[in-house]
Design a binder for this molecule. Structure first.
Ligand code: GDP
Ligand code: GDP
Length: 449
């Protein structure tokens, strides 16, 4: 297999060749020093703390007009970026962000190719302002770096790792979480007697649960792998963490109430999707809201399931009452899925699992920067941000920096002053436009000074 490739790009004089030499060492510099060798770019094999990859340096057009991206340099940069698995985009943090840097950044964002932004020449204090400015390029947080002094190597290593890692085991692990066939990590939580163990039993089939985990029970985690057959007949993997249910049977002597709080927190921590089980004969109680709130705060996808529906009285007004109480009680997210099941008869369980998988899909979704900003421009135009104290807030663009849960960063002048109501407007807009449903969506604001 060929080595992964990394391109070094940036306007003239930001330190590309210096970085190249640092990554590749002497071997290559020699080749390059031969007079009369005209190459469009230098390439060499790099070893960064054990990471091996091929580097391409696009330097060499210093004498061209630096005010715009000159044709040859542009073609060069574009070809390198397209070819590379990841590009290192350097800016000079002493000089600050220039219009040419912005132009390159704009183009890079439009390609959707993986980019690591590096604020070079960041040794000492002289680069601090430049590092902040670089945040506004919409390419994530820059890595403060000094090609000359070798500072920032570990951060660079970490940033490159996901793109150039060769170790297959690690690769599998990395992709594991995002892969659609990765096991759904599901937690079923709720107050004592909501019916958690009955539900788990029902999902797993009675015998399996009781015999399975008992032997391997540990203090920290009790999870069970199983498969759910979806409505198309496809088997889908589920990793279920059980809370009080399993433990109750295993350690009868433990103090259950106390245990269950710890268990609940641990289960939320573990899960992608949290099913909060309510007892339909008791409705929604304060403690339920606390668990729900906690799950959302932790960024988990949440589903609320009313159990014992087989014995629910006045079902429709009960349902509507709980729905209303949820929307009022959960300030962060409206419209969390509310389902009804019976753990005893099994009714509603397939729908619950289907919703759990769908919710995870939304929770893991990534939106391209291009798509995001097309929506963003419309959203800003339809409802321009306020001008607190007469000072205009100018949002520039938005990018998704993480999924699971979906997290976005908004850049622009004074965006840190955006009122909560406006942030909610944007978050709700994101939800609608990109079908995030009721999974938690995070927005952070960056206003470079
Ligand atoms: P290129 O045109 O992007 O390839 O830039 P060079 O690698 O030729 O570097 C341009 C200038 O910046 C040279 O004088 C380097 O010595 C200097 N330089 C490169 N990296 C650093 C750094 O980390 N800190 C400082 N202070 N100067 C640097
Ligand atoms: P846990 O403490 O949350 O694990 O709750 P359990 O699973 O031990 O259930 C508590 C009680 O509720 C038991 O008596 C169950 O038989 C009963 N129960 C659980 N699910 C249902 C259901 O769907 N319908 C009815 N009618 N009873 C249920």
């Amino acid at each position: 297999m060929p080595l992964p490739t990394v391109a070094i790009i940036g306007r003239p004089n930001v330190g590309k060749s210096t970085l190249f030499n640092r990554l590749v060492g002497k071997r290559l510099a020699l080749v390059d020093d031969q007079p009369g060798v005209t190459r469009d770019r230098r390439e060499g094999e790099a070893n960064l703390l054990g990471l091996e990859f091929r580097v391409m340096d696009t330097a060499g057009y210093e004498d061209e007009d630096a005010a715009t991206l000159p044709g040859r340099m542009r073609a060069q940069t574009e070809a390198a970026v397209r070819e590379a698995d990841v590009s290192l985009f350097l800016i000079d943090s002493r000089a600050g962000v220039t219009p040419l840097d912005e132009e390159i950044a704009r183009w890079l964002r439009s390609t959707n190719r993986p980019v690591v932004l590096m604020a070079n020449k960041a040794e000492g204090k002289a680069g601090e302002a430049g590092i902040l400015e670089a945040m506004a390029l919409g390419l994530g947080d820059p890595i403060p770096f000094s090609a000359e002094h070798g500072e920032g190597v570990v951060d660079l290593f970490e940033a490159l790792l996901p793109h150039v890692e060769r170790d297959e085991e690690d690769e599998a692990e990395d992709e594991d979480e995002d892969a659609p066939d990765a096991p759904l990590k599901l937690a079923i939580v709720g107050r004592p007697n909501a019916g958690k163990s009955t539900l788990v039993n029902r999902l797993l089939g009675e015998d399996r649960m009781i015999t399975g985990p008992e032997a391997g029970i540990t203090r920290d985690s009790i999870s069970v792998d199983w498969e759910w057959e979806d409505f198309e007949g496809v088997s889908r993997k589920v990793r279920l963490i059980d809370t009080a249910g399993l433990r109750k049977k295993a350690r009868v002597e433990e103090k259950l109430e106390k245990l269950s709080v710890m268990d609940t927190l641990r289960a939320i921590d573990f899960a992608e999707v949290v099913v909060l089980l309510l007892d339909a004969t008791r409705g929604l109680e304060v403690q339920d809201l606390k668990i729900a709130d906690r799950s959302l705060q932790e960024g988990r996808a949440l589903i609320i399931v009313m159990n014992k529906w087989d014995v629910a009285e006045d079902a429709s007004s009960l349902f509507n009452g709980v729905k209303k109480a949820l929307d009022e009680g959960l300030a962060q997210v409206k419209g969390v899925p509310l389902l009804t099941v019976s753990a005893v008869t099994g009714k509603g369980l397939d729908t619950m699992m289907k919703v759990a998988f769908e919710t995870r899909e939304a929770w893991s979704r990534r939106v391209s920067t291009g798509q995001l900003n097309r929506w963003f421009e419309r959203a800003i135009e339809a409802n321009p941000p306020p001008a607190p104290g007469g000072k205009r807030i100018k949002p520039r663009y938005i990018t998704q920096n993480k999924s699971r849960p979906p997290s976005f960063v908004l850049f622009g002048t004074r965006v840190d002053l955006l009122p909560m109501s406006y942030q909610r407007y944007l978050i709700n807009g994101l939800r609608k436009e990109f079908d995030f449903g009721a999974v938690p969506v995070r927005l952070s604001l960056r206003a470079p000074k």
